[in-house]
Write a protein that binds this ligand. Structure first.
Ligand code: ZN
Length: 163
């Protein structure tokens, strides 16, 4: 296993769209690396393959207190969404910056687990926000893309200062 480098804005690779995984076996080692990379961060609760420069449609999430309950989503898709919710978000690719983002309150997401088994998550908890944030990454979108140009400039300045 290996801890991978996490890309930060304005890296152009964060704008690439992920491609569906075709062979589950081919990505097992990568999933281990993605998990190790997330756990290596101080407070990372989710990480998309896009953030480490990969175009696999894979994301990992762990919202548990002890960080011992990883969720792996391969080829995730939002099946339905409902309601509105505004909450503060941060991102490992935009260190040092947090802002309020408007999202759907409730989502249903379908994906494959790391054994290739299809499953569905229906949630209106914090997980719904994390899922939307991470799935945005797979579409080449970071959370500041949802904000004003002014806020995007502030975010970029913070990231450059923190580097
Ligand atoms: Zn992020």
């Amino acid at each position: 296993m290996a801890v991978l480098d996490i890309l930060t804005i304005p890296d152009e690779r964060l704008k690439r769209k992920a491609r569906p995984v075709e062979n589950i076996d081919d990505v097992q080692a990568f999933i281990d690396d993605l998990l190790e990379t997330m756990y290596d961060t101080e407070d990372g609760i989710g990480l998309a393959a896009t953030q480490v420069g990969s175009q696999h449609a894979i994301l990992v999430i762990d919202l548990s207190e002890d960080r011992d309950q990883p969720q792996v989503l391969i080829n995730p898709e939002i099946v339905s969404s409902d309601g509105d919710f505004v909450g503060e978000e941060g991102c490992l690719s935009i260190p040092g910056y947090r802002a309020k983002v408007s999202r759907s309150e409730k989502v249903t997401v379908k994906a494959l687990d790391r054994t290739g088994q299809a499953f569905e998550i229906e949630t209106d908890t914090f997980l719904a926000i994390v899922l939307q944030h991470e799935m945005d990454h797979l579409n080449g979108i970071v959370f500041t893309d949802h904000l004003s140009k002014l806020k995007q400039q502030i975010a970029l300045k913070k990231v450059k200062k923190n580097r």
